[in-house]
Unconditional design. Structure first.
Length: 164
């Protein structure tokens, strides 16, 4: 075999491989484009979501607390003990007494400022210097919302929960 014949075979093989790759990749690319355009997925799986945070960030801390606290309250068998432990961990000990007083006076949960459990919650930075105040919006079954402002000390402990 001479070098021209070898070059032709190599060229044909390269073209064949490129054609096969295009035949496989083109439909996949069109599917991906259609999924991006329509928001659908080929497998029926939901789009992946990401939640991130930082241990020293008050917004993350309050989001973690409210998420765990609401989950605990949603569990009728084990929620009471876990809710108490979450309060001890996230809330400054002096403010726990203030919460208990508020709860006795209002016959409601002082963290949620309600007698029942919300279906959704949103936590955001209020723009306060040092991120010492964090906004919490609780959304109830009928779409009503309760807005709270949670204040934290420099040790990242909750020192106040107030209606906004």
């Amino acid at each position: 075999m001479n070098s021209i014949t070898t070059a032709r075979k190599h060229g044909r093989r390269t073209a064949l491989i490129a054609g096969l790759v295009a035949a496989v990749a083109l439909p996949l690319g069109l599917t991906a484009t259609a999924q991006a355009t329509t928001g659908g997925t080929a497998t029926g799986a939901a789009a992946q979501r990401t939640v991130s945070g930082t241990a020293s960030d008050n917004v993350t801390l309050v989001a973690d607390f409210y998420g765990a606290y609401i989950d605990a309250h949603s569990d009728p068998d084990h929620g009471g003990k876990l809710s108490t432990e979450l309060r001890k961990f996230y809330v400054q000990s002096g403010y726990l007494r203030t919460l208990a007083t508020w709860e006795d006076r209002n016959h409601a949960d002082g963290v949620l400022r309600a007698q029942n459990v919300p279906g959704k919650w949103t936590v955001k930075d209020t723009g306060a210097a040092g991120h010492t105040k964090v906004g919490v919006t609780l959304t109830w079954g009928g779409g009503q919302t309760t807005r709270l402002v949670v204040s934290l000390d420099r040790n990242h402990r909750i020192i106040r929960i107030a209606g906004n």
